[in-house]
Write a protein that binds this ligand. Structure first.
Ligand SMILES: [Zn+2]
Length: 417
C-alpha cells in the first residue's frame, strides 16, 4: 500500500466552490451561522463526504460530523476540522480551510481503500463566529459541556430568530443525516486554520505549530446616572454617565499599558439617551481583555473591576463578566508530530501562540489537541480579501494527513512514503 496523498487541486477547487455559498458580489462570503447559505454549504460538504464513503451525522448542538468508520468503531475517534460559518464580510479561508483540509485528508485515506483502526470524524462546529448569534463557539462549547442547551438555544439574532429555531430549520433540511447525542470521547483533536496574523508570512514559515491560545476576558459594564437639562443642571449635582465612562476608560487604558502582550479594547459603548443637550443617564460598554499569561490576565481583570467601582463618581455601576477563558497550551506530543511532518516535507515551521480564539480552545481540556496554522496574506482575515496561497493550503492539509495517519492508526507500506 502506498502512503495516501492529498490532492491539492481537489482541495483548492472545493475551497473555491464552498465560497459560492453566501458569495458577496465583490468577493468573500456572508455565510453566517445556521443561515440558508450555511445550509447550502452543509449540502456541499455532505455530498463530498458521501463520495468518499463518509457518514454524515449531527448532534443537538448543530455540529456536523463526516465520519470515516475505523476497524474498531467502539474506540474514541480522531476528530479534525473547524467551522464553515463566516462573518458577514468573511473570507474564503477562515474555518473553511480547516474543515475542507480535514475532509481532503480523510478522502485521501478512504480513496486508497485504507481503513484506519480508529474512526476519523471531520467536524464543522456550529456558530464559531458569533456574529449572527453572540457569543461565538456555541457548538464546541456545548460539545465540551461549557454551556447548557437552554442558554444557547434561546439566544436571538437581530431579527428575533432564536438559535433553536434556526437550528431546527437546518436539521429539517437534512432529514437523512443521522442524529447523534451531544458529546463523545475524542482520541485527539486537530484543527487546521489560517493564522489571521502575519508572523508566518513575515518569517517565511509555512506551517505554524500553535503552542496555545491566549486567554480572554470580556465584560459589560453599565454606568447609571440621571438625565438632566444640559443648560440648567448645576455641574456639582450631575450624575453624568459619560463623565464616569471617560474617567474609567482613561484609567483602564493607562493601567493596561504594562507590556506588549496585553490587548485591551473598549470596542462598544452605548450612551442613553444619546441626545446632545441632555446629561447622559447611562453608558453600557464592552471590554475585551487578552493576555497569554493566566496570572497576569487574572491580575489585569481584577484591576479593571477595581477601576470600574472606583471611578463611577456620583453614578452607579454594575460589572457583568461575559467571557472568562484562560490561556491553554496544546499537546506537546501532537506539536512534535506537526514539526516532524513539516520537516519531512520541507515546510519551514514556526512555534507561535494564537492571539485569536478557536474551537480548539474548548477541545483542549477534553483531549489531546493541536492546531496547524498556515499563512494568510498580510495577516488579513474577517475580510472579503482574505487570501491563502494554494501551496500553503496544500501544505497544511499534508501535515494534517500525517497526523491523522498516526493518530487513527492507518497501516501502509512505509517504504512508499
Ligand atoms: Zn475561524
Amino acid at each position: 500500500m502506498m502512503k495516501p496523498r492529498i490532492s491539492p487541486d481537489r482541495l483548492w477547487g472545493r475551497l473555491m466552490a464552498l465560497g459560492k455559498d453566501g458569495a458577496l458580489p465583490g468577493g468573500g462570503v456572508d455565510r453566517q451561522a445556521l443561515s440558508a447559505e450555511e445550509i447550502l454549504a452543509w449540502r456541499r460538504v455532505i455530498a463530498w463526504g458521501a463520495e468518499a464513503g463518509l457518514t454524515a451525522s449531527t448532534d443537538p448542538a448543530g455540529n456536523l460530523f463526516l465520519t470515516l468508520e475505523g476497524k474498531f468503531p467502539h474506540l474514541a475517534p480522531v476528530v479534525a476540522g473547524s467551522h464553515i460559518d463566516s462573518q458577514p464580510t468573511g473570507g474564503l479561508f477562515d474555518g473553511a480551510f480547516g474543515t475542507l483540509a480535514a475532509l481532503e485528508a480523510v478522502t485521501a485515506i478512504a480513496e486508497m481503500g485504507l481503513t484506519p483502526e480508529r474512526s476519523i470524524a471531520v467536524v464543522a462546529w456550529m456558530n464559531e463566529e458569533g456574529s449572527r448569534f453572540a457569543p461565538g463557539m456555541m457548538g464546541s462549547e456545548l460539545f465540551a459541556g461549557l454551556r447548557t442547551m437552554d442558554e444557547v438555544m434561546t439566544v436571538r439574532d437581530a431579527d428575533g430568530i432564536s438559535v433553536g429555531e434556526a437550528l431546527k430549520s437546518v436539521h429539517d433540511a437534512f432529514p437523512d443525516v443521522k442524529r447523534r447525542p451531544l458529546g463523545f470521547a475524542v482520541h485527539a483533536y486537530i484543527e487546521p486554520h489560517i493564522e489571521q496574523a502575519d508572523l508566518l508570512e513575515t518569517t517565511g514559515a509555512v506551517i505554524g505549530v500553535v503552542t496555545g491560545i491566549q486567554g480572554k476576558k470580556t465584560w459589560e459594564i453599565t454606568i447609571s446616572g440621571r438625565e438632566a437639562h444640559a443648560g440648567t443642571e448645576p455641574m456639582d449635582r450631575r450624575q453624568d454617565a459619560v463623565k464616569a465612562f471617560a474617567a474609567m476608560a482613561t484609567k483602564m487604558h493607562a493601567a493596561m499599558d504594562v507590556d506588549d502582550l496585553v490587548k485591551f479594547t473598549i470596542g462598544r459603548a452605548e450612551v442613553q439617551p444619546n441626545a446632545p443637550s441632555v446629561v447622559p443617564a447611562k453608558v453600557a460598554f464592552r471590554i475585551d481583555l487578552r493576555h497569554p499569561d493566566n496570572d497576569l490576565l487574572d491580575a489585569f481583570g481584577t484591576r479593571i473591576e477595581e477601576i470600574a467601582s472606583a471611578e463611577a463618581g456620583s453614578c452607579g455601576v454594575s460589572v457583568r463578566r461575559l467571557v472568562d477563558a484562560p490561556s491553554n497550551g496544546f499537546d506537546e506530543g501532537l506539536r512534535s508530530q506537526i514539526r516532524a511532518s513539516a520537516e519531512r516535507h520541507g515546510f519551514a515551521h514556526l512555534d507561535l501562540l494564537s492571539a485569536a480564539g478557536h474551537d480548539a480552545r474548548q477541545m483542549a481540556p477534553l483531549t489531546r489537541s493541536a492546531m496547524i496554522f498556515i499563512p494568510c496574506r498580510d495577516g488579513l482575515s474577517h475580510h472579503p480579501d482574505e487570501w491563502a496561497e494554494p501551496a500553503h493550503v496544500a501544505a497544511g492539509a499534508t501535515v494534517l494527513l500525517d497526523l491523522l495517519l498516526q493518530e487513527a492508526g492507518v497501516s501502509f507500506n512505509q517504504g512508499d512514503a
